[in-house]
Structure formats: C-alpha cells, structure tokens
Ligand binder design. Sequence first.
Ligand SMILES: Nc1nc2c(ncn2[C@@H]2O[C@H](COP(=O)(O)OP(=O)(O)OP(=O)(O)O)[C@@H](O)[C@H]2O)c(=O)[nH]1
Ligand SMILES: [Mg+2]
Ligand SMILES: [Zn+2]
Length: 349
Amino acid sequence: MTLESLGFGPHWAAAMAALMRPDWAPARVVAEHRDQPELHTAAGRVRALVRPHLYQAGALPVIGDWVAASQLAPDTWMIEALLPPRTDFARVGAGRQAARQRVAANVDRVMVVTALDGDLNPRRLDRYLAAVHHAGAEAVVVLNKADQCTDVAAARARIAPLDCYVVSAETGEGLDALRGLLRPGETMALVGSSGVGKSTLINALIGDAAQRTDGVRAGDHKGRHTTTHRALFALPGGGLLIDTPGMRAFAPHADADAVDAVFPEIGEWAGHCRFADCTHGAEPACAVQAAIARGDLSAERLAAWHTLRRAQAHDALRADVHAQRAAQRSLSRMYREVQRHGRRRRGDD
Ligand SMILES: Nc1nc2c(ncn2[C@@H]2O[C@H](COP(=O)(O)OP(=O)(O)OP(=O)(O)O)[C@@H](O)[C@H]2O)c(=O)[nH]1
Ligand SMILES: [Mg+2]
Ligand SMILES: [Zn+2]
C-alpha cells in the first residue's frame, strides 16, 4: 500500500514542507494500540513512539492522523509532529474527564451505525450527527440488521426527517449502496454502540474477516465491546474504513452551529422569527412555534433541538473549566520549576 492510496496528496505534501524538516517523513496513523500508535510510512507499517511534548500539548495522534515521523534506528520511529487535521471527530469525556477526546481524524465521512434489533435511539443519533458536523465531515446514517426487523418503515419514520441506509451485514442487503460511498483515497469511520455490527460491516465490505466480531447479549441485544482498538482498513476498490470500539455514552464535541445543522428544518423557519436570537420558546411571533401549531414541524424535533443545545452549552462550559484548570496546573508546575531552579542556583539545595 502506498501513501497515496492512504490519501496522501498535495495538501499533505505542503503541510510537510511547511515544517521545514526534510529529515522527517510523512506517515498515517493506521492503528492505535494501548501504548503505541502504528504508522504506515513509505517504508511500510511500523510502531512509533510519541514525542513527550505532544502529550503535554494534548496533541496526541489518533487514528487517521497524518504525522511527521523520524526514524531514530532501523526499527525505532518517533512521531515528531501532527499535521493539522482537515477533519477532526471528537467527543466530550464523561465525569471528571471533561476535555475533548479525539476519536478519528481526516475522515471524509462518518458512518453512524445503529441496529434494528433494538438499538435505535433518535436522540443519540442527533448527538453523533452534531459531532460529525462539527468535525467537518459528512454524516451517513446506517440502520443495520434489517434482517432482524419486520417494520423497517416504522424505524425510518422514527428518525425522520433524517435520511438513512437500511442494510444487513449478515445478508448483504443494501451493502452495494454503501460501497458506492467509498471512493479511492477517501476515509470513512464507523461509530456507534457496541454490538450494532460495525466490525461485521467492515468485514462484509472488504470481503475478508479482518476484524473479530462477537454476538450480542440475548436479553437486551447489547454488545460485548469486542473491538478494543481503533484500526484503519483498505478496501479492494481503494476506499479506507476505520473501525472503532463501541461507545457507551456519547457526548459530542460540537458548537451551537453544529447542533443547528442537525435540524435544518428548524433553521428554515427560524429565519422568520421576529427576534434574531429567538429560542423558539415563549417569544412572541416565533415562526418555529407557528410552524408546529400548523403541523408543519414536529414538536418532538424542536424538543430534541432544545435538549441538544442545552447539553452542548453545558458540555462546552465543563470543557472550558477543565481547560482552565489544566492551564492553571501547568502554570503552577512551571512556577515550581522556576523556584526550584532559583534555589539551586543560590545553592539552597
Ligand atoms: N442478524 C444480524 N446480525 C448481525 C448483523 N450485523 C452484525 N450482526 C451480529 O451482531 C453481533 C455484533 O457484531 P459486531 O460486528 O461485533 O458489532 P460491533 O459494532 O463491531 O461491536 P463492538 O466491536 O463491540 O463495538 C455479531 O454477532 C454479528 O454477527 C446483521 O446485519 N444482522
Ligand atoms: Mg467491533
Ligand atoms: Zn422562534
């Protein structure tokens, strides 16, 4: 496999040239292992170390990243720098890990996979889609396990007006339409809950058992978190697929605009509200509320938009507080360093 088949082209060549380090080589992160990313370099696949300052800067490479790497010894590679990603799909961590967590980089499309055996959750879909919009990628919604569902039309109606592909990785139904989305050199990441069939889909699309899969629990159809590492696969036709482990809870890294992009039909009416900053609540002359009253817009979708906007604002605030604390910590660390250094120079210790 060449770098070009992994998507290398003039854009990345220019990003490399801008680093002005002819001794560094471009490479793409094609797998994440517990401690070491795996790179594809012009010389083939290698495990790589990461310069510590990248950890401190929170700029750790993730699957799909293009990086500049140096070869320190025949089998020792070091990631020196991250090339600025063109798209960046990220979530917001739960609890105390409020920071942005990157999931996959330089993906042209994100396939949000859900299953028709009970996983379908329209509100969770909204959250994924907000993150895809914010990443700068194109979203593809896939309802898998069509063979397990007797009323596909009802499932489609539940997520309307979102468009989707209905497929079965098991029977092959609908997979040709998905193959049509995979153009040479372009990357698509599969995300979604555990057990929805992401790895099975990847195996079916590449026609090989590249990824291990496992059954879902009988009672609630929940997956067993079979995939534990992110990895990138090349299709015979030239497209690239990224498999990710199922996510337990998904909070998107997104801004208000990315949330609005998930609800384009609300945006169409919102332009006609009297107030430019109308929240479509109890304001007078709200075109969105009027559209709902007329039956042109679903009240459920507006409620979903409100929920997601509130969650986004809350998560953004948490991430902000988290970032400030991290900055404070590194400042006080620097202070201590300077003080210690001063004492040493004065001969105090
Ligand atoms: N009936 C049916 N079963 C499917 C289909 N696709 C996947 N499965 C089954 O669903 C189970 C889970 O599939 P996986 O591909 O491991 O799911 P995953 O999304 O990769 O799960 P994690 O790796 O845990 O995130 C396996 O037993 C698959 O055989 C399908 O279209 N129909
Ligand atoms: Mg899997
Ligand atoms: Zn309004």
